[in-house]
Write a protein that binds this ligand. Structure first.
Ligand code: FAD
Length: 281
């Protein structure tokens, strides 16, 4: 893939065999676009531990695209994390997305020994040296639990200083928030690549629910337009594709070091944007 920009696709591990087969079919289709890597999410507290491991190993060995497991520390012991790191290292996995995670409701209080993602980054470095390329999360519109924007920036810098190699952002619909975030952390001495996380728009009610929970703002002009389409999913998708393609174009023109697509295990919405942007295959 491109030497100066990187492109990646994210999946979530599924509960059913049928869902898993669909994920693999999607991954095979996307593999034809020669992405730099695939990533696979991890249910905090280990709720998807085996499914994440199996999916990552299959993406790497069968679909033959470098695969990066997400790993979260909020409900896992150091022994659990060490075991996973050893398993991934033995399988030749080279990249990890290191997160604090959010425990699913009903799983009680966090029980992990590491509290924040910067602790996990330090732990991975202590255990495995420079083996893994470590990605961390970035929040151009502020993490929803942060006390304020400035503290969130400081906490992002902690992750870079602990040894993160690059970052992937939470999704956003306002390119200015991304540019502002990058500028601010660069002024704080952090120069790791910060890759925008891109969420294709396919369904308004799900997007609105999810955005509320993760603190991503849907600008009023987008929200109003999507609301007006009601059940007309073809119009929602066409409008969403245009809005996101335009934003990605602006991001890349403004110097974003690549794009990371939240696929939700579907190929077409991400590929529509990819093709509109005429990204390299
Ligand atoms: P942190 O960087 O630890 O930050 C969490 C909060 O604590 C922030 O408000 C921060 O300001 C504050 N903070 C951080 N460090 C400190 C410190 N040292 N002292 C005091 N305060 C601090 N969730 C999953 O469960 N599984 C996944 O696979 C997953 N994948 C994701 C992938 C991406 C690209 C992104 C952007 C998010 C993902 N998430 C995932 C969601 C993520 O786990 C949540 O947003 C979680 O609430 C925060 O994780 P973090 O790694 O950003 O945490």
């Amino acid at each position: 893939m491109s030497k100066d920009r990187r492109y990646s696709f994210e999946f979530f591990p599924t509960k059913t065999d049928a869902g898993h087969e669909k994920l693999l079919a999607t991954a095979r289709q996307l593999a034809g676009y020669n992405p730099d890597f695939f990533s696979c999410t991890y249910g905090a507290g280990g709720s998807t531990r085996d499914r994440t491991v199996n999916t990552v190993l299959q993406l790497e060995s069968e679909v033959k695209v470098p695969a990066a497991p997400h790993l979260s520390c909020v409900g896992d012991s150091k022994d659990d994390l060490r075991g996973l790191l050893q398993q991934y290292q033995a399988a030749g996995i080279k990249r990890i997305v290191a997160l604090r995670g959010d425990l699913p409701s009903g799983m009680g209080m966090a029980s992990g020994e590491l509290r924040y993602a910067n602790d996990l980054v330090s732990f991975i470095r202590e255990e495995t040296g420079s083996h893994f390329h470590i990605e961390v999360a970035a929040y151009p519109e502020m993490h929803p639990q942060a006390r304020n924007f400035e503290e969130d920036l400081v906490n992002f810098v902690r992750k870079a200083n602990a040894g993160a190699d690059s970052a992937i952002t939470q999704y956003f619909f306002n390119a200015d928030s991304y540019f502002y975030f990058v500028e601010r952390v660069q002024k704080m001495g952090v120069n790791i690549p910060i890759v925008p996380g891109i969420m294709p728009i396919t369904n308004y009610s799900k997007l609105a629910r999810f955005s509320d929970a993760c603190g991503a703002e849907i600008p009023r002009w987008i929200r109003k337009q999507l609301e007006a389409y009601g059940d007309d999913s073809a119009s929602i998708q066409a409008f969403g594709e245009q809005v996101i393609s335009d934003m990605c174009e602006r991001l890349l023109q403004g110097g974003a070091p690549g794009l990371h697509f939240y696929t939700l295990n579907q190929a077409d919405p991400s590929l529509a944007i990819w093709n509109n942007l005429q990204l390299p295959r």
